[in-house]
Design a protein around this ligand. Sequence first.
Ligand SMILES: Nc1ncnc2c1ncn2[C@@H]1O[C@H](COP(=O)(O)OP(=O)(O)OP(=O)(O)O)[C@@H](O)[C@H]1O
Length: 296
Amino acid sequence: MNSGGNLRSCDRSHRSAAMEDGKPVWAPHPTDGFQLGTIVDIGADSLTIELLKQKGKTFLAPINQVFPAEDDVNKHVEDNCSLMYLNEATLLNNVRVRYSKDKIYTYVANILIAVNPYYDIPKLYSAETIKQYQGRSLGTLPPHVYAIADKAYRDMKVLKMSQSIIVSGESGAGKTENTKFVLRYLTTSYGTGQDIDERIVEANPLLEAFGNAKTVRNNNSSRFGKFVEIHFNEKNAVVGGFVSHYLLEKSRICTQGSEERNYHIFYRLCAGAPEDIRQKFHLRSPDTFREHSGSK
Ligand SMILES: Nc1ncnc2c1ncn2[C@@H]1O[C@H](COP(=O)(O)OP(=O)(O)OP(=O)(O)O)[C@@H](O)[C@H]1O
């Protein structure tokens, strides 16, 4: 995060100069997020902004939330640190422009921002793409979760120290999917070619059956925290894995909010359990259970 700190102070010195010369600025619109405009009046602690796309239309914005815009707002960069002015608005605009071109990954130095595309982008995670990223330094290829996985692997090899990748974000952001891409990348690239590689990856559907459920925000929401370890031998090949789990939302087993569901395993049992198990657990149609629980 050091580079972020440096950039912020450099941004401040650029900022006032850039905003005084009548160049476009990003200002927080009361209803429409950051909008491009020019400053037409300066108040004590607010600025009057005229929208660039609607001449004559103005709105007020707090002075400390108005930021200088890049010269070309349609241009995008792979690393937000390469922006001339790095601020909340230019960062969001850069990520948005990239997202509109199916470039869902963007760096902030060695941090990766991922935006969930909610559809399969062709070839983004293909076997060829995995090969391309092997052994390549961060920044030599377009931003990708594979590049982060490879950097962690190379750092482990060089520094001979355990490495961690922290994946965070709101529900539905893509944490579970990106974690699986990291696992797939490491086992494919640096596995021993034995069945342990597949077993690490194949453990996920099982974990998800018991710990994931449909919520209003995500059809496959992980309802537990996960700490996934990948173990390497002295030759730096994958030899095992371990998953610790935390704080499973147990209440979901008995009651679910409207529009939400129980853990996937419940429906799988209802749909496909053999007759003896169906009888033992008194399994019927999932709809019957909802009626009985009274949670509709
Ligand atoms: N890179 C991607 N490409 C295509 N679809 C994706 C990608 N990332 C996420 N998705 C889609 O978005 C859904 C939600 O993503 P995911 O389950 O990874 O979110 P999450 O951050 O783990 O959420 P939660 O915190 O609720 O578990 C996935 O089931 C998948 O359909």
